[in-house]
Design a protein around this ligand. Structure first.
Ligand SMILES: *Cc1c(COP(=O)(O)O)cnc(C)c1O
Length: 468
C-alpha cells in the first residue's frame, strides 16, 4: 500500500459523512455563521501551529466543523443573496476529478481531453446564446470579473490594433466605453487595471425600469466624439446585480453596429435564462453581441470559480492575446492555443463542473431546474404584493426588491434592522440602493432547492422584521 493511503481513505470517509449530514439537515442549519473572524483567528492560532503532522480524517472533520460554524451558507435553500447557488453534487465530484488528474489546459497537446470537453461545453452554450459556433469561441474564466476584463481587452485591441505594441501612451486617442448606471463595478476595476482609467468609463442613466436609456447613450457618444474622444465599446447588462434589470439589448446592438463599436453583454447571472425555452426570449438581442460574460457559478449550480467569456469571432481573442515562446509545446490542432488566446496561462480544468452538471441533468432537466427558480421568484413577487409590500423592481428574472412604509430608507438604519433579522439565522437576504427608491430589501432565488415552504418562512421572517 502506498504510504498515506489509509489516512486518505479516512479523509474521504469523513468527507462523505460531512456531505450526508449537510444533505439531510441543511434546512435546520442557521444560514448565518455562529463563529466570527476574531474567534476563528484565535482558534487557528492555537490549534494549527503546523508543528506536528495531523491525520487526514481528523483534519477533514476539524476543517468541516470550522466551515459549518464560520460560513454564510450560500448553498442553504433559504440563502436569498448574491447569486451564489446551491451546487449539484456531480459538480463537486467534477471538482475532485479535475484536481485529481490536474490537467494543464494551457496547451492543447497537454490536455486534449480536458480542452475538448471545455470546447464542447462552450460550443453548446454559444449555440444557446445564438452565436455562430463555426466562428465563435470562448474560454472559461475565474468569474465575471475576468470575463469582463477579457471583453474590455478584446474590444480595445479590435478598435486599436497598434495598442499591443505601443500601449495606451502611444495612442493619440482617449478611448471611451459605455455601461449603464446600474452595471457591475467590475468594469471600474477593469478600467483601472487596463490603464484606461475610470474616466474612460461612461455611466449612462437608466429609465424607470432601471434599463439603460438608449437616447442618453446616443447623446453621450456624440458628445464624446465632438470632444475628440474615441468611443470603442458599449456594454449591455442582461440582469443587473442590484435589481435584475435587462438593458434593451437589441436596440443597443443596433446602435453599436451603426456607430462601429464593439457590443458586449454582461449576462453574468441572467445568462441562465437562455437555457429555458420559456425564458430565453427575455434576453433577446444577446445573439447580436460581439461577446458575452456568463457565470456558470451563478445560474448553473456549480461551485465558485466558473465564469465564461464567449465571443462571436474567436480570431479576435487570438489577435488580443497571441504570442510565441520557445518553451511551450508546439500547436497541433489548428485551433488557438488557450494560453495564446485568453488571459490566463496555466489553466485549471474549470469547465468540467459545468460539463458534468449539464450532462447529468440533460438540457431538459437543467431547463426545468431553472424554470423552478423563475417560478419561485414570481410566486414570491405576487405574495409580497398581496401582503402589502411595495415591490420596486420589474424584471422577469427571479430577484425582488421591496420595501414598505415604516421601514428605514437609509443604508445605516436599514442595515441595523437587517442585522437583527440575519442574526436569527433562518434566512439570509440583502439590501440594495435602487435609483429613485432609496435603500430597499433584496431577495434573489439563487438555490434550485428553494421551495414554497422556504418562501413561507421568509415571509414570516419579513413580518418579524417589521416589528423589531
Ligand atoms: C457577479 C457579477 C459580475 C462579477 O462576476 P464574478 O464572478 O463575481 O467575478 C459581473 N457582472 C454582473 C452583472 C454580476 O452580477
Amino acid at each position: 500500500m502506498i504510504e498515506g493511503c489509509e489516512t486518505e481513505e479516512a479523509a474521504w470517509e469523513e468527507f462523505r459523512r460531512v456531505r450526508q449530514a449537510m444533505d439531510s439537515s441543511v434546512r435546520e442549519w442557521s444560514v448565518a455563521p455562529s463563529w466570527h473572524a476574531p474567534e476563528i483567528r484565535r482558534y487557528l492560532e492555537a490549534a494549527f501551529t503546523f508543528e506536528h503532522p495531523r491525520q487526514a480524517g481528523e483534519l477533514v472533520s476539524a476543517v468541516a466543523a470550522l466551515l459549518k460554524d464560520g460560513t454564510v451558507h450560500v448553498t442553504h435553500p433559504r440563502y436569498f443573496g448574491l447569486f451564489i447557488p446551491s451546487v449539484r453534487r456531480i459538480s463537486v465530484v467534477a471538482e475532485a476529478l479535475a484536481a485529481h488528474f490536474n490537467p494543464q489546459l494551457a496547451a492543447w497537446s497537454h490536455a486534449p481531453a480536458a480542452n475538448e470537453i471545455e470546447r464542447h461545453t462552450l460550443a453548446f452554450l454559444l449555440e444557446k446564446l445564438g452565436l455562430d459556433v463555426a466562428h465563435g469561441g470562448g474560454c472559461f474564466t475565474s468569474g465575471g470579473m475576468e470575463a469582463n476584463l477579457t471583453a474590455l481587452l478584446t474590444a480595445l485591441s479590435h478598435a486599436f490594433p497598434t495598442l499591443r505594441e505601443s500601449g495606451l501612451v502611444g495612442l493619440q486617442a482617449r478611448p471611451r466605453f459605455y455601461v449603464s448606471a446600474e452595471a457591475h463595478h467590475s468594469f471600474e476595476k477593469a478600467a483601472t487595471v487596463t490603464g484606461l482609467g475610470v474616466a474612460s468609463l461612461v455611466r449612462i442613466p437608466v429609465d424607470d425600469s432601471l434599463r439603460m436609456n438608449v437616447s442618453a447613450l446616443q447623446r453621450a457618444i456624440a458628445r464624446d466624439r465632438a470632444a475628440g474622444a474615441v468611443p470603442f465599446l458599449v456594454v449591455g447588462t442582461a440582469g443587473t446585480t442590484g435589481a435584475g434589470a435587462i438593458d434593451p439589448l437589441a436596440r443597443l446592438a443596433a446602435l453599436a453596429e451603426k456607430q462601429g463599436l464593439w457590443f458586449h453583454v454582461d449576462a453574468a447571472w441572467g445568462g441562465f435564462a437562455r437555457l429555458s425555452p420559456r425564458h430565453r426570449d427575455h434576453l433577446d438581442g444577446i445573439q447580436l453581441a460581439d461577446s458575452v460574460t456568463w457565470d456558470a457559478h451563478k445560474g448553473l449550480a456549480v461551485p465558485l470559480g466558473a465564469g465564461m467569456f464567449l465571443c462571436r469571432d474567436r480570431a479576435a481573442m487570438t489577435r488580443t492575446f497571441a504570442l510565441a515562446t520557445g518553451y511551450m509545446p508546439a500547436a497541433t490542432t489548428g485551433l488557438p492555443e488557450p494560453y495564446a488566446s485568453s488571459l490566463q496561462w496555466s489553466r485549471r480544468f474549470i469547465g468540467l463542473s459545468v460539463f458534468m452538471a449539464l450532462a447529468e441533468l440533460g438540457e431538459h432537466g437543467l431547463a426545468t431546474q431553472i424554470e423552478h427558480q423563475f417560478r419561485m421568484g414570481a410566486w414570491l413577487r405576487r405574495e409580497l404584493q398581496a401582503r402589502g409590500w411595495d415591490v420596486v423592481n420589474s424584471t422577469p428574472l427571479p430577484v425582488v426588491c421591496f420595501t414598505r412604509p415604516g421601514l428605514p430608507r437609509t443604508e445605516f438604519a436599514l442595515d441595523r434592522r437587517l442585522a437583527q433579522l440575519l442574526a436569527r439565522g433562518k434566512v439570509w437576504i440583502s439590501r440594495v440602493s435602487v435609483p429613485r427608491k432609496g435603500w430597499v430589501l433584496r431577495v434573489c432565488i439563487t438555490s434550485f432547492l428553494t421551495d414554497e415552504s422556504d418562501l413561507k418562512i421568509l415571509l414570516d421572517e419579513l413580518d418579524a422584521l417589521r416589528k423589531f
